[in-house]
Design a protein around this ligand. Structure first.
Ligand code: AR6
Length: 169
């Protein structure tokens, strides 16, 4: 699996699947979630509502999929990151689950290229350095014959620097 780092807006990425840092309501919000719903259009929200009606809320660490509406990607994988509350062990595990479950779901969709934002490092206040380490570890430990490339899309300069360093190691 190749790993790439891009600084920019994930809504512009032409991957098979892009990952959304959603909340458990699946009904949209701010940050990258807001950007994805704005750029993707009503179709994504409609499918999120269908999922809610079928299975209820999405728990932290889990992931669900919709199509990508007007986005250049094929699918949006919505995962719910943990809110940082200083419980490092518990919240790290939950963040790792976000990456694991998103990768598993991408694989089941036969997605070859998948793009991740820096889940939980915005509104949910997860420390960026630790979040980056968890993200890179989970991706490196995930062995797949289906996924060919994972793109980390960093929106802010701080995350970009952190990922540059982590990926050099
Ligand atoms: N493309 C890529 N990354 C982005 C973009 C973008 N267009 N916009 C922001 N980021 P956040 P969270 C980065 O707050 O911390 C929402 O309201 C941002 O710089 O989007 O998981 C949800 O509904 C940061 O590094 O997500 C939830 O309620 C990263 O995306 C809550 O926020 C994640 O920041 C989730 O909080």
């Amino acid at each position: 699996m190749k790993i790439e780092l891009i600084k920019g807006d994930i809504t512009k990425i032409k991957a098979d699947a892009i990952v959304n840092a959603a909340n458990s309501s699946l009904l949209g919000g701010g940050g990258v979630d807001g950007a994805i719903h704005r750029a993707g259009g009503q179709q994504i929200l409609k499918e999120c509502i269908d999922i809610r009606n079928r299975q209820g809320k999405c728990n932290t660490g889990e992931a669900v999929v919709t199509t990508a509406g007007n986005l250049p990607a094929k699918y949006v994988i919505h995962t719910v990151g943990p809110v940082w509350n200083d419980n490092e062990e518990k919240e790290s595990k939950l963040l790792a689950n976000c990456y694991k479950n998103s990768l598993k779901l991408a694989e089941s969709l036969e997605a070859k290229i998948i793009a991740f934002p820096n889940i939980s490092t915005g509104i949910y206040r997860f420390p960026k350095e630790l979040a980056g380490k968890i993200a890179v570890d989970e991706v490196k430990n995930f062995k797949s014959d289906v996924i060919e490339k994972v793109i980390f899309v960093c929106f802010d300069a701080e995350n970009e620097e952190i990922y540059k360093k982590l990926l050099k190691e």
